[in-house]
Design a protein around this ligand. Structure first.
Ligand code: NAD
Ligand code: WQD
Length: 323
């Protein structure tokens, strides 16, 4: 019998791609999202893309903090696991939690392995660290729990169909939505942060521009990482495990911009600015643990990422909404 997964925040960027991969892998999926940072068009498109499996998706526009509404959903359905993308709490026997590379703070060396010391350099990273700790405490206080913490590096790209992708409300925070909006003319230029950064090998002076390096991972690869995590949760062994989800490769901002220009045929106007507070210089993942234990490895590189990002952007220049 197919398993039923509760997906909180399943209308969002990573959530919608993961829900699609879940449906295509034969899971029944119940999405709870208050649409604070997403659109109800996303689950509709996911349903269409899933074809005959689309019938296994149900969507509830509910705030996770609305306890009676959540209790009703738990009373109606017995869930095999919860994947928690949204803000607050959800309870089940097993849980996959969206953590972040932000828990490594400014790493002293790369690639970051899961055993690296953890620290937070901003409030967002601190929330991820806190929730990771709460998950570990939960497991220590009740040995029935099976929990997987997934530390995403930089999720980018979009589903190859171009029907679902990232559509942040208001001004974006991350690089690729900015690049995309500059390409379709919604923004005049991309501000490249980091005049005062060193070169990729750490030897350069302040005149060198933005060699900051990140580990950009295709959102469909990331979504598949959740399927791998769910399979791992089916092991009889209980516990709380943590895995990096990245590619293991570092790419600079300018390499990313060049790849996007190639994929889109558009020139991205650049404006060079000072360093962004809180930005680390170089960070990318060690992927050995995920490869060995989850049998998961990213399939796509920055070329495919940029092609899919552009496909989504050109088909949906205003995301799920209208201008
Ligand atoms: P997103 O904003 O697109 O998705 C989050 C979803 O949660 C949204 O659809 C939002 O409406 C919903 N939501 C928020 N509060 C809610 C509430 N109280 N009740 C119900 N729904 C609620 O973000 P995303 O990029 O898909 O990120 C998903 C998760 O992954 C988050 O926990 C995020 O912190 C984590 N993460 C994201 C990145 C990234 O760069 N995208 C990297 C690392 C970790
Ligand atoms: C990437 C690079 C910027 C915007 C954050 C979180 C991380 C994860 C992903 C959630 C950096 C540069 C960016 C712009 C730029 N999210 N940049 N101009 O900071 O690596 O990671 O999002 O968990 O935890 O910390 O991602 O996409 O913001 O930046 O030059 O307009 O692009 O300086 O080097 P970041 P990002």
């Amino acid at each position: 019998m197919s398993k039923t997964i509760l997906v909180t925040g399943g209308a969002g960027y990573v959530g919608s791609h993961t829900v699609l991969q879940l449906l295509l892998s034969g899971y029944k999926t119940v999405v709870v999202d208050n649409l604070d940072n997403s659109s109800d068009v996303a689950p509709k498109r996911v349903k269409e893309l899933a074809g005959e499996f689309g019938r296994n998706l149900s969507f509830h526009q509910v705030d996770l903090r609305d306890r009676p509404a959540i209790q009703k959903i738990f009373a109606q359905t017995k869930f095999d696991a919860v994947i928690h993308f949204a803000g607050l709490n959800a309870v089940g026997e097993s849980l996959v939690f969206s953590s972040s590379a932000a828990v490594y703070g400014w790493p002293k060396k790369v690639p970051c392995t899961e055993e690296f010391p953890l620290s937070a350099v901003n409030p967002y990273g601190r929330t991820k660290l806190f929730i990771e700790e709460i998950c570990r405490d939960l497991r220590n206080s009740d040995s029935q729990w099976k929990i997987i913490l997934l530390r995403y590096f930089n999720p980018v790209g979009a589903h190859p169909s171009g029907h679902i992708g990232e559509d942040p409300r208001g001004t974006p925070n991350n690089l690729m939505p900015f690049v995309q909006q500059a390409a379709v003319g919604r923004l005049q230029a991309l501000t490249v942060f980091g005049k005062d950064y060193a070169t990729k090998d750490g030897t350069g002076g302040p005149f060198l521009v933005s060699f900051r390096v990140r580990d950009y991972v295709h959102v469909v690869d990331l979504a598949d990482g959740h399927i791998a995590a769910l399979k791992k949760l089916s092991d009889p062994k209980r516990g709380c495990e943590v895995y990096n989800l990245g590619t293991g490769k570092g790419t600079s901002v300018l390499e990313m911009v060049t790849a996007f220009e190639k994929a889109s045929g558009k020139k991205i106007p650049l404006q060079i600015a000072g360093r962004r507070p809180g930005d680390s210089e170089v960070i990318y993942a060690s992927i050995k643990k995920a490869e060995t234990e989850l049998k998961w490895k990213a399939k796509y590189g920055i070329e495919e990422i940029c092609e899919d990002q552009w496909n989504w952007a050109s088909k949906n220049p205003f995301g799920y909404g209208s201008p």
